[in-house]
Design a protein around this ligand. Sequence first.
Ligand code: SF4
Length: 355
Amino acid sequence: MTDGMAMPLLSVENLRKTFRVKKGFPKSVTTTVRAVDGVSFDVRPGEAFGLVGESGCGKSTVGRSLLRLVEPDSGTVRFSGLDIGAATDRELRRLRRRIQIVFQDPYSSLNPRLTVGNTIAEPMLVHGLADRGSVTDKVVDLLREVGLPPEARLRYPHEFSGGQRQRIGIARALSVEPELIVADEPVSALDVSIQAQILILLQELKDRRGLSFVFISHDLAVVRYFCQRLAVMYLGRIVEEGPIPEIFETPLHPYTQLLKSTSPVPDPGAKVTFARMEGEIASAANPPKGCHFHPRCPAAMDVCRTTAPPLIQHGPGRKVACHLYPTEAASPEPASSASLSPPAPVPSATRSDHP
Ligand code: SF4
């Protein structure tokens, strides 16, 4: 449990996942990619917890591991105290009702041969949450709740825009009355103005239904808008975690400082383009030794090239993995600037509305 506050709804401990991938031509070399490397975090009831990082940092693998859509190599995921890794098939089916996932591209997850009405009705019928007599009314209610007209139930997914399809995906997720939604880049495929509409919808649903979220995004501005707490991931590891206001006020990790510098405005329409940041993310198949961030870090020291910094408590509710901070656990106050080698200023902001 985190900080002696409310019992977590979701608790992830030391999650690890490697993939074996073939590379080169004719794909004869097999290499191991450590996609998730000891990730731990909690999500409290009613909380939106953000997982943010560049493409390839492992955040989507974490999201899929929560529902065992990807089987982790090791680690524990508990939902309402139940160990998901040890769940029987029957328990897993029940858990997958209580935890729903919303994908970046709803079109690929919607059956093109099913009408929208049947798409939303099917999970309710499977889980016994409606019968044939009541299901149409429930579908209409859900469509209205996500801002679509009742007639939408008679049409097919290809007849809708990207934003409308995301609303359909959200209605389908809501149809089984989940407690937690894993939203994996839910707005990143949409135009900026549509992104804002979907974020506002998700915020309303969260407040009205008391939903919890694991909100996965490469876009710090979107996470800042939607979430209460945030974990920053870099090459499979969490490098900083804490409440959104504190992280934006005083980011501790040099990588977080770099991210913040690219996203100065709390505007869900302000796009961050990671590829334009100073230095490219290293390959997860061959990560740098020690602190994975050291080739890009303006404050790197010798120890950073050999020894991975542990994620340590650093003040109330905050954690950081960086050798700039003392390793005594539960340090109540940030180390004084005199005792640190403060990170050099990160490169100036690069912000683009045109990814
Ligand atoms: Fe990593 Fe060292 Fe930079 Fe901290 S100072 S982020 S440990 S390279």
